[in-house]
Design a protein around this ligand. Structure first.
Ligand SMILES: Nc1nc2c(ncn2[C@@H]2O[C@H](COP(=O)(O)OP(=O)(O)OP(=O)(O)OP(=O)(O)OC[C@H]3O[C@@H](n4cnc5c(=O)[nH]c(N)nc54)[C@H](O)[C@@H]3O)[C@@H](O)[C@H]2O)c(=O)[nH]1
Length: 148
């Protein structure tokens, strides 16, 4: 069976009225190649996808429903291979309501970064993830998904 993981692309705006200061949250694994991704993780047996996204975001970043506003109408799917197995990753989009809220990491990650698009794309070195972040940026720059 294919691997399946779910999570959130989380962004914050330091000035809530502007779209030119959007930052994305990326976490760096404390294992393997120390790669950077948004919070996400494997779907447990019987768990629905969005529940997984919330659970993993809480576990990996310490952020929950009280901190995040989910953006309607955005869901991206990535497909890549991990150790010879196909993996599907679903990302919803959410805004950190108060940009001053702290991120709390678990043992699975050793660092995190709030990064603007260009830096986020450098950290997230996979083209499919970079393209997803660029799509998010365009979506937000069109004014979609933003609460003024
Ligand atoms: N010690 C150790 N332990 C590990 C290791 N590996 C896992 N653990 C354990 O698993 C638990 C985590 O479980 P969850 O949190 O539930 O799941 P996920 O969040 O799904 O976690 P993963 O890290 O398994 O999955 P990915 O992020 O998908 O990375 C897998 C590979 O895919 C590539 N890759 C990543 N992102 C992209 C992308 O966007 N685009 C493309 N194209 N490629 C991408 C990249 O090459 C990468 O190496 C940890 O607690 C560990 O116990 C490991 O190497 N050493």
């Amino acid at each position: 069976m294919a691997l399946r993981a779910c999570g959130f692309i989380i962004f914050r705006r330091l000035a809530q009225t502007s779209v030119d200061n959007i930052e994305y949250l990326l976490l760096q694994t404390s294992y393997g190649e120390h790669h950077w991704t948004p919070p996400k993780g494997h779907v447990d047996p019987g768990e629905d996808d969005l529940t997984t996204a919330w659970r993993e975001t809480q576990e990996e970043a310490g952020l929950g429903k009280e901190h995040l506003r989910v953006v309607d109408g955005f869901l991206h799917r990535l497909h890549y291979e991990v150790r010879g197995r196909q993996k599907e990753v679903l990302y919803w989009l959410a805004e950190l309501q108060d940009p001053r809220i702290n991120v709390t990491l678990s043992d699975e990650h050793q660092d995190y970064r709030w990064a603007r698009l260009e830096e986020a794309c450098k950290l997230a070195k996979y083209k499919d993830l970079q393209d997803t972040l660029k799509d998010v940026q365009q979506f937000l720059e069109k004014g979609e998904g933003l609460k003024q």
